[in-house]
Design a protein around this ligand. Structure first.
Ligand SMILES: NC(=O)c1ccc[n+]([C@@H]2O[C@H](COP(=O)([O-])OP(=O)(O)OC[C@H]3O[C@@H](n4cnc5c(N)ncnc54)[C@H](OP(=O)(O)O)[C@@H]3O)[C@@H](O)[C@H]2O)c1
Length: 235
């Protein structure tokens, strides 16, 4: 892959944009405030990075990566995203996103909910179960760090596996969007699995330097994962 659109220039969007340009992937990145507010980030990312509007990033390149809060998904440009493969990094946090009944009652996974909001796009779920500051620390680790990818469409899943690997991780097939609860918040395959010390991370998560997670171990964790009680989530 050679070009990636990124909507969201915060912790996750910027971390993945940095890995993309390092992998010689050209990016167009957008935020909610407009391209003129991205000058500093574009300066840092270099000549392979462009600032755009949300519509520009939605239409750009081979894939569109969404790195915005779930509460913002209904504002995304459905038409510009029509026919696109989406890489969704989103998680459901009620303190930020408000309470969403279909997620609270586990009728849908977050990825299935996003797919309903973006019916003309192919949603894949990836990069949602690793904290932003572990991303540069674990990219290109030895052994490689494995990340799960879920999607209902085999071709789109293959393309996202390619992105995950180009950015320096090993992609693990985590099944369909319905299966993606296995790596949602509080499940058995969420962010603490990449910690050097899960206890240390709970105390001061930014101080944790991360530890590589091999693919075989991620598969075990996904298989043993439990579905969280989403309605009880306070955060
Ligand atoms: N941070 C983590 O460690 C982490 C880990 C895994 C998954 N996630 C998930 O990844 C997603 C992004 O998290 P984050 O931590 O990167 O968030 P963040 O640092 O708060 O950044 C959010 C970005 O989204 C942009 N945005 C918000 N609404 C938008 C809209 N309607 N159109 C265009 N851009 C919009 C914001 O624009 P402005 O800059 O203009 O405000 C900002 O650039 C969330 O769903 C989060 O749960 C986060």
């Amino acid at each position: 892959m050679t070009q990636l659109g990124i909507i969201g220039s915060g912790a996750i969007g910027a971390a993945l944009a940095r890995l993309a340009v390092n992998a010689h992937i050209e990016v167009t990145i957008a935020n909610s405030r407009g391209p003129e507010t991205l000058a500093e980030l574009i300066d840092e990312l270099g000549h392979l990075a462009h600032a755009g509007t949300v519509e520009d990033a939605a239409r750009y390149g081979d894939l569109t990566l969404l790195a915005v809060p779930l509460i913002s998904y209904p504002d995304l440009p459905i038409e510009a995203l029509s026919g696109r493969t989406i890489v969704s990094t989103g998680n459901y946090y009620p303190y930020r996103d408000g309470r969403i009944t279909a997620l609270d009652n586990v009728e849908l996974t977050t990825a299935q909910y996003e797919q309903k909001l973006l019916p003309e796009s192919v949603v894949t779920k990836a990069f949602n179960n690793i904290v932003a500051h572990h991303i540069p620390l674990l990219a290109h680790s030895q052994p490689p760090t494995a990340l799960p990818v879920a999607c209902d469409d085999a071709r789109a899943k293959g393309a996202v596996h390619g992105l995950v690997e180009a950015l320096g991780f090993e992609a693990v097939d985590a099944g369909s969007l319905a299966d993606s609860w296995r790596f949602e918040p509080e499940s058995g395959a969420y962010t603490p699995i990449y910690a050097a010390s899960a206890e240390g991370m709970a105390q001061d998560y930014l101080a944790d330097r991360g530890a590589p997670l091999p693919a075989a171990r991620l598969r075990e964790l996904l298989a043993a994962s439990h579905r969280p009680d989403v309605a009880a989530r306070q955060f």
